[in-house]
Design a protein around this ligand. Structure first.
Ligand code: ZN
Length: 186
């Protein structure tokens, strides 16, 4: 696993933004490297009978990526080359998020979003184009991991909802999220 950035692209960002994205990516890198998560990933690969060797590289990208339709991308997988890329949220998103929910929840969200993205992209190595199966299994595995972490709290439910109910859209409705109650869905 490595952190990766296109220096040419970096030039088009202001110094503040560059600083932000470098910090974000180093945080995500650490979150993915955590032994508890690495152990979980090994277990999941074994359970899915995905050979570890087919994962040739996991790149934590420093800069965000948007599709032509403007939607943000959490991760990408090149199944033929076994290469996975994990992308950050935009600085704009993070600023609004931080204002609304505070820094700690932003950190928890960013780390878990990257973990969910890695789980999702690894499953693509096996299920390839079957997006429906990949999504269902991603949710299941993510839940298994977070429950192992014993953070079955309102906060983790909130983060779960953010990750899995907003992955279609880049800009989530913060207004709606403010009305989210922790007692909500199970
Ligand atoms: Zn997918």
């Amino acid at each position: 696993m490595k952190r990766s950035v296109d220096p040419q692209k970096l030039k088009s960002f202001s110094q503040n933004h560059v600083k932000f994205y470098l910090k974000y990516s180093s945080f995500v890198f650490k979150a993915l490297k955590k032994p508890s998560f690495q152990k979980f990933i090994c277990w999941m690969l074994k359970k899915e009978k995905i050979e570890e060797q087919i994962v040739s590289m996991v790149q934590v990208k420093v800069l965000p990526f948007r599709r032509n339709n403007g939607n943000g991308v959490a991760g990408k997988c090149n199944t033929t080359r076994g290469r996975i890329r994990i992308y950050p949220k935009t600085i704009k998103f993070c600023q609004i998020f931080k204002q609304q929910f505070g820094q700690n929840i932003l950190f928890a969200y960013a780390g878990n979003r990257a973990r969910a993205a890695l789980i999702h992209e690894l499953l693509h190595l096996k299920y390839e184009e079957d997006e429906k199966t990949v999504r269902e299994l991603s949710r299941e595995y993510f839940c298994i991991f977070t429950q192992k972490q014993c953070i079955k709290s309102g906060r983790s439910l909130f983060i779960y909802t953010m990750i899995f109910n907003s992955n279609q859209r880049q800009e989530i409705s913060f207004k709606r999220l403010n009305h989210f109650t922790c007692k909500g869905k199970s």
